[in-house]
Design a protein around this ligand. Structure first.
Ligand SMILES: Cc1cc2nc3c(=O)[nH]c(=O)nc-3n(C[C@H](O)[C@H](O)[C@H](O)COP(=O)(O)O)c2cc1C
Length: 356
């Protein structure tokens, strides 16, 4: 298995960076279930210069578990990115991952995210300057191109490789495709063939099951498989990928409860307070906001289980810790795994704004 810079990963399975999801609690849960690497969600290079409570929320990590700690940056200017990467290193980053896939207009119009696919020399310069400024391994995550008529992932690989990138992850869709259609694993295979063993290729897109991951490795020859939506509400996918069992009801319940409680404390520590409120009211408001933000996780955890829609309806009507805990214990302890109706029979979930 090709290492990523100086880091030899323990297996081939990586959690995809996901905004609003890949915060420290979820990353640690995924690591504990066997994921070999869990990059942070995208962090603004500009944001790192005026570090506030909100940015700190993204930077927090568990140094005992997150080994190595990979931090994803977005930005379009090589000098700015390099200065931000130096700050990221001071906060503990051991790998700098660069987002060159985000399709969101607000990001691309500044030349960042998938905007960099339109300027391969600048993309290479970003890698070079970050490497020189930090001495850290720099990985990059791209899409196959800006649009079908301008797929340029091989050219990107050449530029990034010449700049010394330590690994390249590719989501097998163009920026214009968003999440429509199917990820083109043929493109991932072509990328791996082109790059050979110069640096590792991380295949990404539409891996939802263990069988998908095995197929991706076989069909593309990629070095690592990156899993995003398939891990939402299912961090156990990493354990299953390593031959482990599906979770029991008790395990499922314990993990969801732990994630929920951790999310509450994590959010409270990083809360940005814009208004003066008496402490009690403020605590209540924090709790409400954190509960709201966790609803999507609860929906993902319940996805495909018998009675999921009634459970979602229930948790969408309560906004305090105690009621959520009661509802989730009742649901997950009772959710007989054999009762699982399978994700196929439920409609696709709404993934908020997917950013890569
Ligand atoms: C909710 C959500 C948030 C995302 N946020 C990011 C992000 O911050 N950075 C990034 O590079 N990709 C982001 N992505 C894209 C994923 O990393 C991944 O490339 C994409 O979901 C395809 O993989 P999948 O089919 O396994 O989900 C996000 C995706 C989702 C669903």
């Amino acid at each position: 298995m090709l290492p990523i810079g100086p880091h030899t990963l323990r297996n081939r399975f990586i959690l995809a960076p996901m905004a609003g999801v890949s915060e420290m609690p979820f990353r640690v849960l995924a690591f504990e279930q066997g994921a070999a690497l869990c990059p942070t969600e995208l962090i603004s290079a500009q944001g790192l210069f005026r570090i506030n409570t909100r940015t700190l929320r993204y930077l927090r990590y568990d140094k005992n578990v997150e080994k190595p700690y990979s931090l994803q940056l977005f930005g379009g200017e090589p000098e700015v990115m390099a200065r931000a990467a130096v700050i990221a290193k001071e906060y503990g980053a051991q790998i700098i991952d660069i987002n060159m896939g985000c399709p969101v207009k607000k990001v691309t119009k500044t030349g960042a995210g998938s905007g960099l696919l339109c300027d391969p020399p600048r993309a290479g310069e970003i890698v070079r300057q970050i490497r020189e400024a930090t001495g850290l391994p720099v990985t990059v995550k791209i899409r196959t191109g800006w649009e079908m008529s301008s797929k340029n992932y091989l050219q990107m690989a050449d530029m990034l490789g010449a700049a010394g990138c330590a690994a390249l992850a590719m989501h097998g869709r163009t920026r214009a495709q968003g999440y429509s259609g199917k990820a083109d694993w043929g493109d991932i295979a072509a990328l791996k063939k082109h790059v050979g063993n110069a640096f590792p290729i991380i295949g990404n897109g539409d891996v939802k099951t263990v069988a998908d991951a095995v197929r991706m490795l076989e069909q593309t020859g990629c070095d690592y498989v990156m899993i995003g939506r398939g891990a939402l509400g299912n961090p156990w996918i990493f354990r299953e990928l390593l031959g482990g069992p599906r979770p029991t009801n008790e395990e499922r319940c314990t993990l969801v409860l732990r994630h929920f409680r951790w999310h509450l404390t994590f959010s409270a520590e990083a809360r940005v307070h814009r208004e003066e409120l008496p402490p009690e009211q403020r605590a209540r408001k924090d709790e409400q906001q954190a509960v709201h933000a966790f609803r999507s996780h609860l929906a993902w955890y319940a996805h495909g289980l018998h009675g999921a829609s009634a459970f979602r309806a229930r948790v969408n009507t309560v906004d305090n810790k105690k009621d959520i805990e009661d509802a989730l214990e009742k649901f997950f302890l009772g959710a007989n795994v054999d009762d699982a109706v399978g994700p196929e029979s439920e409609p696709e979930l709404d993934y908020r704004t997917a950013l890569g």
